[in-house]
Design a binder for this molecule. Structure first.
Ligand code: BEZ
Length: 190
């Protein structure tokens, strides 16, 4: 298994910043088990959420990997999630937790809870598993993905729970995501 921990610790896009906006589009939306100063719903553009990343260490095993979310470049797409204002020391444990192929990337964020006192946009950080990482599984039919998710379990729990919680969190945000809601429906039939 690739370990991206050391690579990420050199990806210091926000060196010298006392605070960073971290944008979550997967489990970070519903499972923020780290300290944060503030959280705000937000979106990024040019990316689509897909269950195309293999999970051998959280929602599956080496023998039976699960599938978790990553982002695929897509012109004009909007991906909704949750942004957390954190201090930089929060990143090191996340680098370890997400070491199976995810790399830090810098992206522009747009907040959706805008008021006159708060900024509308900021630079932010995401963890991205691109198609050249060894755990990338890529495209499959909704049937295939749902079946794989239904059968995968790992140290962090059933893969099914990850998808169900993500879909619920997106509904709560009022966010549209055709891939996720179609997969949730497919999973309910497996
Ligand atoms: C996320 O929710 O954004 C996320 C969680 C784990 C790995 C990568 C991204």
């Amino acid at each position: 298994m690739l370990d991206t921990t050391a690579l990420n610790q050199q990806r210091n896009f926000f060196d010298g910043h006392a605070e960073i906006w971290l944008f979550g589009y997967g489990s970070l939306i519903w499972k923020a088990d780290f300290a944060y100063l503030e959280r705000r719903p937000a979106f990024i553009t040019g990316w689509e959420r897909r269950f195309w990343q293999g999970s051998h260490d959280h929602r599956g095993t080496l023998e039976a990997p699960g599938r978790v979310a990553t982002l695929i470049p897509a012109e004009g797409a909007v991906c909704h999630g949750m942004a957390y204002r954190i201090t930089p020391e929060v990143l090191a444990p996340l680098d370890v937790r997400e070491k199976n192929g995810y790399l830090r990337e810098k992206v522009p964020l747009t907040f959706t809870d805008v008021s006159s006192e708060t900024p509308e946009q900021s630079e932010g950080l995401i963890y991205l598993a691109s198609e050249d990482n060894p755990a990338f599984l890529g495209e499959a039919t909704l049937d295939e993905i749902a079946l794989q998710i239904a059968n995968a379990h790992g140290p962090s729990g059933p893969n099914r729970e990850y998808l169900v919680n993500l879909a619920a969190a997106l509904r709560e945000l009022g966010a549209e995501d055709a891939h996720i809601f179609a997969l949730e429906y497919q999973l309910s039939r497996v």
